[in-house]
Design a protein. Sequence first.
Length: 86
Amino acid sequence: MDAITLRNLPPDLAREIRKKAKEEGTSLNRTVINLLRDKVATHKRAGKRTRYRNLDAISGSWTKAQADEFDKYLAKQRKIDPELWK
């Protein structure tokens, strides 16, 4: 079985991997293998490298409070200024 060493792993990525391993009750090694397998399988199904041009990757990742705050700012932008439409 091959071994791969990762160097200069960003601290935030390392934290997320550790968090995912804890949530799933698996080892770090198994978690990384699963993440890589899922990513490779996704690309194989697509038949080519996936390029994201929308917000699908973050869809559903906000908390309710974050979504409410975002909607609050959007509401401000959606107000029509009658002076601009004269």
